[in-house]
Write a protein that binds this ligand. Sequence first.
Ligand code: SF4
Length: 520
Amino acid sequence: MSELSGYGLAIELEDKPREECGVVAIYAPEKFGPRETLPENIAVALGNLQHRGQECAGIAASIDDTILVTGELGLVERAFRGGEYLKGLDGNFGLGHVRYATSYRLESSDPDKNKALRRMGIQPMHRSIDTPSGKTQIALGYNGHIQNIDELAAQLIAERGRLTEAEQVTDTAVMTSLIAQRIKDGDSVSDALTSVAKSINGAYSLTLWSKENGRDTIWALRDPHGFRPLVLGAIPGGGWMVASEVGALEIVDAEYTSEIAPGDMAVINRDGIQIENLFSPTPRQCIFEDIYLGRPDNIMNNLMNNLRIERFRIASGHELAKEHPLNVAGVVVGVPDSALSAAKGYARELNLPSEDGFVRNRYNPARSFIEGNTESRQDRIRLKISSVLRENVEDKVVVLVDDSLVRGNTLKILVSLLRIKGKAKEVHVRIASPPIVEPCHYGVDMPNKDQLIAASQSVEEIRRTIGADSLAYLSVDGMYRAVGVVDERDRARGGIACGFCDACMTGNYPTDVPKEMLEF
Ligand code: SF4
């Protein structure tokens, strides 16, 4: 992954699982960060979460006493027209969101209609609710996946007979409307939010901003498993910030203080911050955040003593080299950018030279969504690798390290580029994570099982498919050694004992997944 700070572009190689959202919430009593206003600083923070969602971006901020949401389809810079859309918005509280949606409950053959439907997915979602004591406003930003969305939708239908078009388009609209309905029925925001959270089966890292009787509050909560990340930072001058990753905090000068622990809710208002425990925690944090999804500067809360993810990636390269050494290699090359740290670790462990093998075209953000066409995906990969650094690999036995292997399309192309354009003598592929054999049901966009190459092919078959001279994966045990799990028995019992979800690699789903989803 690659990010540019500020209003950043994120350009990824295809054929990788993707996050499905990033969230930001800020209370700042004083000016802070690199930009003038709070909404502009939220946009800057969202730029550092762009890798978590590229379909649309939105910001909720104030005009006088009204919460207003602005946003559009596209990357952060485009969504706010380089800041144009944020003019006039200000205040001390605000939310931001980037979204990557994988599927819609409504689709249309009319492109304009589809665009309109997709716009309905822009978050934060806003509701203005008439209550007996006055008007309450809420805005909600969400990252995760709700497995029992049909149950939640049925509750809304029972209340008012039908779903709106937006509620048919996105699960976040259903959740926001349910909270709004409870508030309308007389619940406080706190009661409405916690009762809806308790009825969700699935993964959620959620931020909500409420204006209740003129009082602003930010609520940030994480499901008891903590599948998706959520971190807390202090803003100079007495404010607080919540975000999906640490990179979003640091770019606006907030200082990371802790994660919001699984099952906890942070309540932030002008009086300060309180942490409440809503659920007894059963941590199952997504190990794939650390392998690939998260920025290298994000902090690994679980084990690794709060070290940056980059340290885990280097350690996974060391473990990979211990398990599958190739001492005769002339050079170690990483797949840019997310596997460069693992390649560094692999090379260091075996005292081998490490070089760049490819130059990426960082300014070709061409991207399409939900495309099943293999040829067009392959064309896009070619466009994103602008050249092979031939002098680094020519006539050499090359170890090509990648962080993960999903369909195999990318590696097949990279192996052939090293052979044909780089004139490499041999290309041996090493993967710094175990084979991905199952889809994710907790908020990461994975292909269906029939598209996961390791679900149907042996290592030898995959080697032949990608055209490598050899292929080897890091073991599950090696992955947990890299994370820092020292107890061998814990490692042997896998993710559940180690506090991680590794279901896409082991099939051990930490929650009940409906049978029809398992067969998907
Ligand atoms: Fe992460 Fe894989 Fe678990 Fe999904 S199934 S939460 S991608 S480890």
